[in-house]
Design a protein around this ligand. Structure first.
Ligand SMILES: C[S@@+](CC[C@H](N)C(=O)[O-])C[C@H]1O[C@@H](n2cnc3c(N)ncnc32)[C@H](O)[C@@H]1O
Length: 294
């Protein structure tokens, strides 16, 4: 782990300054990094995906503890610094690219590498990262239903994203991220973080959060793709009634006329607002739709 002075020296070595647009707020509290690593209890059987390595402060420890680490970092200079910091570590794959190919797709090269590692290592596949805030929510929405399957995530995110991950139905923070993460696993707020544990200090509060996949919940999801698309349709009109949202369904669902009966199967009151419908009800609705489309 690196101190603030070490991070500043590493940046100066390549004439870089923190880029606000890329969310370059480096975690400078060693106890907090250690806390996150302890929560994840990484072993040599595990594979870790780190998005946004910055100067490699977390990557160093991850590469010492995990069987394999895959890093995606957008900033070429950060890749250069971290490659130097990790020189000689053969269990690390570094990809200099955007972690998202588009809003709905995680970087293909990283996912292919993770899939190959998944076949070699018998431990867990985890996302462990101090995430760039701009992409945190989209990244997690994609990873929660991704192949290869993610067993857990231990991450630092903006406080609002942490609230969205854990919000229950009816809460003002409840949204697509809450539904997907809670439909597939369990979310826990680990610790709130003030701005001064980062350098430079961001204007927002942050939090460390964990997500652990729940096999029981996941086994109930017949088709993650249909679940994702349905949630987007309904939550895109969160204050309309469920029955009023069906006119916005995309073409693939447009042949379905019996929405009332599908709502009934999922024990959803058609007059309820999408923001009040619980994750398990969305799963049942998606399963009913997927049966109907067979
Ligand atoms: C909050 S910093 C974390 C740095 C370091 N891991 C730490 O803990 O101090 C976020 C990192 O994500 C990188 N980043 C920003 N947007 C990205 C994207 N779309 N894809 C991959 N990396 C990105 C930034 O360049 C930055 O290094």
């Amino acid at each position: 782990m690196q101190t603030k002075q070490e991070i500043q020296a590493l940046l100066a070595g390549v004439a870089a300054v923190p880029n606000h647009r890329l969310g370059q707020n480096f975690l400078i509290d060693k106890n907090l990094l250690e806390f996150l690593l302890q929560q994840a209890s990484v072993t040599a059987d595990d594979i870790v995906f780190e998005v946004g390595c910055g100067t490699g402060t977390l990557s160093q420890d991850l590469s010492e503890r995990a069987g394999a680490v895959v890093i995606v970092e957008y900033d070429r200079l950060m890749c250069r610094i971290t490659a130097g910091v990790l020189a000689g570590r053969e269990n690390v794959t570094m990809i200099n690219a955007d972690a998202l190919d588009n809003k709905n797709k995680v970087n293909l090269e990283a996912m292919q590498r993770l899939a190959a590692l998944r076949r070699q290592f018998k431990g867990r596949l985890m996302l462990i990262a101090n995430l760039p805030y701009q992409i945190a929510a989209s990244l997690m929405c994609n990873l929660v239903t991704a192949e290869p399957v993610f067993d857990a995530m231990y991450i630092t995110v903006q406080k609002e994203v942490a609230q969205r991950m854990s919000a229950g139905a009816g809460d003002k923070h409840y949204g697509i991220l809450s539904i997907l993460m809670q439909a597939a696993g369990n979310v826990k707020l680990l610790r709130k973080l003030g701005p001064d544990v980062f350098w430079p200090a961001p204007k927002v509060e942050s939090a460390m959060v964990s997500y652990v996949r729940d096999e029981g919940k996941c086994s109930l999801i017949e088709n993650p793709d249909i679940l994702k698309r349905l949630i987007s349709v309904f939550m895109g009109h969160r204050r309309k009634m469920m029955k009023a949202c069906v006119k916005f369904v995309p073409e693939e669902f447009s042949g379905i006329n019996e929405w009332d009966s599908l709502f009934e199967t999922a024990r959803i009151n058609p007059q309820d607002r999408p923001e009040k419908v619980r994750p398990e009800q969305y799963v049942e609705l998606a399963n009913a739709v997927s049966q109907r489309l067979k």
